[in-house]
Design a protein around this ligand. Sequence first.
Ligand code: SAM
Length: 251
Amino acid sequence: MDEHTLLAEQLDYYRAAAAEYDRPYEERAELRDLLAVADDLPIGGDVLELACGTGQWTPSLAARARSVTAVDAAEEVLAVARGRVSSPHVRFVQADLFAWRPPRRYDTVFFAFWLSHVPPARPPDFWDSVAAALAPGGRAVFIDDGPAWAGEEEVVADRPVPAAVRRLQDGSRHRIVKVFHDARTLTDDLTALGWSAQVRPFGGHFIGVAEPSAPWGGLDCSSFGVARNRHPWCTRPHGRGLGERRRWAPA
Ligand SMILES: C[S@@+](CC[C@H](N)C(=O)[O-])C[C@H]1O[C@@H](n2cnc3c(N)ncnc32)[C@H](O)[C@@H]1O
């Protein structure tokens, strides 16, 4: 199956899954833990949310953002998201992220469980598009499944594009792209692409914060109005030696 066909099948799956998509968030404690972690992430300003789905993360973004533009290709999941979030500061956009280009730049580009659905040949273009969507000083914040999560999926072996099979309650089977990024490798890959990135494992998942290269070679909290040296994600030297990096405690 070629990449184009697999991406179309993936989107069809999410369109068909809209009514049952939220069930894991109700049943799985680790997903609720992840949602809670979002409150500690450096999210602010005008936020672009990629592949927002049913809007599980959108309220948390909206609570801290000046505005949220939440994009997804599936009208069915957007209908659920619109029912969940009714803030004048949140705008939902239906668009295919492999073709859509944002009309402006954002302070935060957030995506949960989207990177693993981007075929491996596309990441350089994908990260370029994220960088192009970021205003100066802006950041990408992302959450996804790590390799430990592979055991939870019906992985399809030996395919040119890593894939998994998802089943819906009606018994239908759907193939999706599924790439289980390792936190360390992803950090290295992002660094090679010119990003300053910190990706940490969180249970079977990972949480990442990345910024296109800054003059001091790190992440900066100052544009988010938090007290200097008090923000766990900030690597700006703040009067210490240039290039000195703060480290957050592993989860
Ligand atoms: C795993 S869900 C993530 C949803 C949400 N971010 C979350 O964490 O609950 C992936 C989302 O990607 C969307 N999607 C799939 N293909 C897409 C495409 N080509 N462009 C935009 N969104 C797409 C699906 O509709 C689905 O909502």
